[in-house]
Design a protein around this ligand. Structure first.
Ligand SMILES: *Cc1c(COP(=O)(O)O)cnc(C)c1O
Length: 358
């Protein structure tokens, strides 16, 4: 039985988006594709507030996370990690044969501007990686404040994962000054997995040209060269791009500001629901994510049982990630979900919580 998804990725995909994927294939080296590509990329630039390059990658987010490191780390990278995805990025950096250090932050806490300043003032690094919204812990780090620090280190590539925040919160890349800002579309974009979008600064492209060992599939210069023709280096996942085109129509029809406000409303309502049921929020106060809520279970609920009961009713819910599995649970509120979908979940959980109480 298909379940309605409340897990933080992949998220629920609306039927009209799935239908957009069912279009007949087109050749990707055609005018028709170039038109589609240009239309999608130009709206992504508006969404991200950038006049620099935006590329489409047929991969999940980690492909571009690996690619960013391979293109931009020449000397040594610092990976800031306050959760599972960021820690894995450190591992990926090392596996790419790069010199790298991990700045480990307690789970539940944000990466702060001071931490970034302290690490970069050592002068050891020419690249840093940051996860804006740590999906494993529901923590959103203060990107604008960190960006202000990064302005003092123009020689350090500023590589940001906004996998679970892009399109749900305003990201003005021109003022943030990121060198790479990337996302997979199965989170806040509300699309099926398999496509990643990423913005690369001109400065980063110049640096990449001087970085050896970029490989082929994620070579930023290949993307840049094909971008001139509104195309991709290798065959793109056309069905997902059809769906993204459709989703961008919907985003701009809703209005970006309305979209951001809708995400904020769902986040506030979910945090309030969690607190009213006697749970506590996992993130340090002030750093709760706008796209998912991570709460402490405090041993009150048999989360495995809750998940099973929800599944029997046709819903997929989450019981925590990595080392905080079952100590916490996460509720996703991103993509095309509305307050109505959240009310539906709260109603479901209210029926199931008494049964799952320990
Ligand atoms: C989901 C997620 C990823 C991993 O994305 P894949 O699409 O599985 O490669 C990376 N970073 C964050 C913050 C995520 O939420």
């Amino acid at each position: 039985m298909a379940k309605k998804l409340y897990v933080p990725g992949p998220v629920e995909v609306r039927p009209d988006v799935l239908a957009a994927m069912a279009k007949p294939m087109i050749g990707h080296r055609t005018k028709e594709y170039a038109g589609l590509h240009e239309r999608v990329v130009s709206r992504l630039k508006t969404l991200l507030g950038t006049g620099e390059r935006v590329f489409l990658s047929t991969s999940s987010a980690f492909g571009v996370m690996e690619g960013a490191v391979r293109n931009l780390v020449q000397k040594r990278c610092v990976n800031f990690a306050n959760g599972a995805f960021a820690r894995k990025w450190h591992d990926v950096t090392l596996r790419c044969g790069k010199e790298a250090d991990l700045v480990a932050v307690d789970w539940g806490r944000p990466v702060t501007p001071d931490m970034v300043d302290k690490a970069l003032s050592s002068g050891k690094y020419d690249a840093m990686t940051l996860i804006h919204n740590e999906t494993s812990t529901g923590v959103m780090s203060p990107l604008a404040e960190i960006a202000a620090v990064m302005r003092r280190y123009p020689e350090v590539s500023f590589i940001v994962d906004t996998v679970s925040s892009m399109s749900a919160v305003p990201l003005d890349l021109a003022s943030l000054g990121t060198d790479v800002c990337l996302a997979g579309v199965q989170k806040a974009f509300g699309l099926p997995p398999g496509l990643a979008v990423f913005a690369v600064s001109d400065k980063a492209l110049e640096k990449a040209a001087k970085t050896p060992g970029r490989g082929y599939y994620f070579d930023f210069l290949e993307f840049a060269a094909m971008d001139e023709k509104h195309n991709t280096p290798s065959t793109p996942c056309l069905s997902q791009i059809f769906a993204l085109d459709h989703q961008l129509d919907k985003m701009f029809a809703e209005g970006l500001e309305n979209r951001y406000q809708r995400h904020l409303r769902m986040a506030r309502a979910t945090r309030q629901w969690v607190l009213e049921r006697g749970f506590t929020l996992f993130p340090e106060p002030g750093y709760c994510s706008v796209t998912l809520t991570c709460a402490r279970n405090d041993g009150r609920t048999d989360l495995e049982l809750l998940k099973k009961l929800a599944a029997e009713k046709g819903y997929a819910i989450d019981n925590g990630y990595g080392k905080i599995k079952n100590e916490t649970f996460r509720i996703a509120h991103m993509g095309d979900y509305t307050m109505e979908d959240m009310e539906e979940l709260f109603h479901l959980l209210e029926g199931l919580l008494p049964q799952a109480r320990k």
